[in-house]
Design a protein around this ligand. Structure first.
Ligand code: ADP
Ligand code: ADP
Ligand code: MG
Length: 473
């Protein structure tokens, strides 16, 4: 079936990214927006845009309403992006009922892999090692204490339906487990609508390694190598790298095979990501599968040349994958910096507001996937990530140098961002050596204590531009 018109059930940079893929394929793109997003970039980039109500959030979260709109506007497919309803099985099911192709896996697979304990069971069935943990969900606090004893402290108490780094607490002993138990349940209920929690052994200072997979409806499954997302703050990714500078070729092949095995086991279709933890002793453990496009899919695109969003659309249209595993190679290194509207010096406090001036970086190997422009007012209702800077280079050393140059090139005035913090990370020997774990950010609080030294010429240029703008020149 040919896809001619796609409804993008998302906002921000990922909605812009999807619209770009549609444009290249000659497909019409329909945007949806809240009133707060009336002037958002994704609205400008789509062929059509429709308001989904005054409330900043409810419109983006109503599957029935959104699918109705897809039918009314003559769309034949829907792309959910990431976040929002992207891992909501109801959206996939409603699409199917209404004759709209869902650009993602089936509702059953989303439901199964969205439940972390079920996903663990599937990984075990595929012969893939999982982090030692509780048998399914915890019944009550007594059960938690008993199972934690058997697993051995420290343990991670995790929300079964969790995502986005929330609903996870490390417990070093029984006292902490007792303190955290109700807290995580209440967080999980509020954020994910489910009170289910389970335990995993805490892998101390692991690397977060994840594998991008593509699977079509004809039984072909391939992987596009791994990404290293160990640079995280509070379990949320900040900088991502592809390939991981911490794996050798044998490990790379091993983990790619594991990801394909898990995907096959559950009858996966479309693009997905299998996440693993790599322990100090070299052991890999399956952690979870994300059944959608990921924020950091970009760096895999840069090293393999595969346009993942376009492949997602082709797969949803029923096409067979155009690549076999042996056709996929990678070249060089890529990094993605999540540019968040936050003030790292001030506990990463959100910093929303008007972007008085924005200079996008360029030059060799530099890509920006952004939702901002000069004059854009970042609304306070959504995720603080407002842009992604993606850098590609031939080798690790050049990647670091080019990233420093590109971050320096990228100027955002009017709000605080994570750019200066990333400059500090890039100077740090541990990062530069290519050997770091998920504890890096917490271990180096001093990196947030930079002082911003603006180059005088750029300050002067900005001032001159502001004066010119105000004088109507
Ligand atoms: P990725 O796994 O692609 O790196 P993140 O974990 O950063 O993505 O999540 C991307 C976005 O989706 C963030 O805005 C995050 O808060 C949101 N998100 C991810 N999973 C969930 C979930 N299960 N429930 C609610 N929001 C989620
Ligand atoms: P989410 O669905 O929110 O992305 P994940 O299960 O993928 O949650 O975990 C997010 C992050 O939390 C991981 O990248 C890792 O840094 C940390 N983490 C999760 N489980 C463990 C564990 N068992 N041991 C150590 N760190 C963990
Ligand atoms: Mg995860």
């Amino acid at each position: 079936m040919k896809i001619r018109k796609v409804l993008i059930a998302n906002r921000g940079e990922i909605a812009v990214r999807i619209a770009r893929a549609c444009q290249e394929m000659g497909i019409k793109a329909v945007a949806i927006h809240s009133e707060a997003d009336r002037y958002a970039l994704h609205v400008k980039k789509a062929d059509e845009a429709h308001s989904i109500g005054a409330d900043p959030l409810t419109g983006y979260l109503n599957p029935h309403h959104i699918v109705n709109l897809a039918v009314e506007t003559g769309c034949d497919a829907l792309h959910p992006g990431y976040g929002f309803l992207s891992e909501n099985a109801t959206l996939a099911a409603v699409c199917r009922e209404r004759g709209i192709r869902f650009i993602g896996p089936s509702a059953d697979v989303i439901r199964k892999m969205g439940d972390k304990t079920e996903a663990r069971t599937a990984a075990i069935a595929a012969g893939v090692p999982v982090t030692p943990g509780s048998k399914g969900n915890l019944r009550d606090l007594d059960d938690a204490v008993k199972q934690a004893e058997a697993i051995g402290y420290p343990v991670m108490l995790k929300a079964t339906s969790g995502g986005g780094g929330r609903g996870i607490r490390r417990c070093n002993d029984e006292k902490e487990l007792r303190q955290n138990y109700e807290r995580v349940i209440s967080e999980a209920t509020k954020a994910f609508g489910s009170a289910d929690v389970f335990l995993e052994k805490c892998i101390v200072n692991p690397r977060h390694i994840e594998v991008q997979v593509l699977a079509d409806s004809h039984g072909n499954v391939i992987h596009l190598f791994e990404r290293d997302c160990s640079i995280q703050r509070r379990n949320q990714k900040l900088i991502e790298l592809a390939p991981s500078p911490q794996l050798d070729e044998a490990q790379r092949q091993y983990i790619g095979d594991l990801a394909v095995r898990v995907s096959r086991e559950v009858g996966y279709e479309n693009a997905g990501t299998v996440e693993f933890l790599l322990a100090d002793n070299g052991d890999f453990y399956f952690m979870e599968m994300n059944t959608r496009v990921q924020v950091e899919h970009t760096i895999t695109e840069q090293i393999t040349g595969v346009d993942i969003v376009k492949e997602q659309i082709r797969i949803a249209a029923g096409e067979a994958l155009r690549f076999k595993q042996e056709d996929i190679a990678y070249k060089g290194f890529a990094a993605q910096f999540r540019i968040n509207a936050e003030d790292p010096k001030n506990g990463f406090l959100p910093s929303f507001g008007r972007i008085s001036r924005y200079y996008s970086p360029g030059g060799p190997g530099v890509r920006t996937d952004a939702a901002i422009y000069t004059g854009y007012e970042i609304p306070p209702y959504y995720d603080s990530m407002c842009a992604k800077l993606i850098v590609w280079a031939m080798d690790w050393q050049e990647l670091i140098e080019r990233s420093q140059r590109a971050l320096n090139d990228m100027s955002i005035f009017g709000i605080k961002t994570t750019i200066p913090y990333y400059q500090e990370i890039l100077k740090h020997e541990e990062f530069r050596s290519g050997s770091f774990n998920t504890g890096f950010v917490e271990a180096h609080p001093e990196l947030t204590q930079y002082s911003i030294k603006r180059r005088p010429e750029s300050l002067a240029a900005a001032l001159a531009a502001t004066i010119a703008a105000q004088a109507g020149l």
